[in-house]
Design a protein around this ligand. Structure first.
Ligand code: NDP
Ligand SMILES: N[C@@H](C=O)C(=O)O
Length: 262
């Protein structure tokens, strides 16, 4: 019987990450679950060990702490049992751009982009060497929507999508599957952290439905999985238009509309 890869999940103490942990435990995977809240992680680990007879290791870490992030990188580099990284940990933006302190900006960009990238960079060489494995990056539809007024958060999520597309081009020929998952409003604690009452939204997806849909995309080896997008052709058209724009870039001279009228 082939041994299933261990799944390394960041942000697993609540919400989407905790649900991913439950779903992969149900599939029989051993887990390594990471977050700052050790007691919540331990409670989840105890439950999943009992319910699914899998190994669940708890790693308490603040991904914005360089030393703690480095320890996680070393584990991802060295532990050959880890075959799937779920880069889930993230934080929202509370308030508009003008309300952001330097520290808040640094913390959000560090968690949502730097830590996610460094953890992917830690595991990717080993997965590429082995010719198998998966990296799942949790983005957001907010990365498509500057109109939502979460400019820094949305920029970090646009980063996650671009990074995932780039990593897929670089790593999928080496057997490594990369997936970007783009939820919309999903019922988790993130909204409390954003200072927003999620119950004021006309529609919110339940977290189990979100993760189950993301796993359908995962099982299909889909690159960009957008569970709330009911018209899949919209994404195809957007990405096709992006590629069309690039094919119309002529680098030798500025476009006529930018030529000085003499
Ligand atoms: N819910 C939604 O509507 C949407 C969410 N997303 C994304 O989904 C991902 C998961 O969010 P969601 O489950 O909703 O939110 P939650 O707030 O429920 O979960 C966030 C998780 O990240 C962990 N975390 C936060 N800060 C740190 C840190 N500094 N170091 C380590 N872990 C940290 C938290 O654990 P702890 O506090 O114990 O450290 C928690 O486990 C995020 O990337 C988010 O941007 C995307 C689109 C929509
Ligand atoms: N996490 C939510 C916003 O804060 C989202 O990405 O929709």
């Amino acid at each position: 019987m082939t041994t299933l890869p261990t799944v390394f999940i960041t942000g697993a103490s609540s919400g989407i990450g905790a649900t991913y942990a439950e779903r992969f435990a149900r599939r029989g995977h051993n887990l390594i679950i990471v977050a700052r809240d050790k007691s919540r992680l331990e409670a989840l680990a105890t439950r999943l060990r009992a319910e699914h007879q899998v190994s669940v290791e708890v790693l308490q870490a603040d991904l914005t702490n360089t030393a703690e992030l480095s320890a996680l990188e070393a584990r991802l580099r060295d532990d050959a049992d880890i075959g799937i990284l779920i880069n889930n940990a993230g934080m929202p933006q509370a308030g508009g751009f003008l309300q952001q302190s330097g520290e808040a900006i640094e913390r959000q960009i560090t968690l949502n982009t730097t830590a996610l990238t460094r953890l992917a960079a830690a595991i990717a060489p080993r997965l590429a060497q082995s010719g198998t494995g998966a990296i799942v990056n949790i983005g957001s539809v907010v990365g498509f929507a500057p109109e939502f007024g979460m400019s820094i958060y949305g920029a970090t999520k646009a980063f996650v999508l671009f990074l995932s597309q780039g990593l897929s081009l670089e790593l999928s020929p080496k057997g490594v599957y990369v997936q970007a998952v783009l939820p919309a409003a999903t019922r988790t604690e993130i909204w409390q952290h954003a200072g927003i009452d999620v119950n004021t939204f006309p529609e919110v997806m339940e977290v189990g439905e979100l993760v189950d849909a993301a796993l359908v995309g995962f099982d299909r080896r889909e690159l960009v999985t957008i569970p709330p997008l009911h018209v899949a052709e919209r994404w195809d058209a957007l990405d096709g238009a992006r590629q069309g724009l690039m094919s119309d870039i002529r680098q030798a001279h500025a476009a006529e509309r930018y030529q000085q009228q003499h």
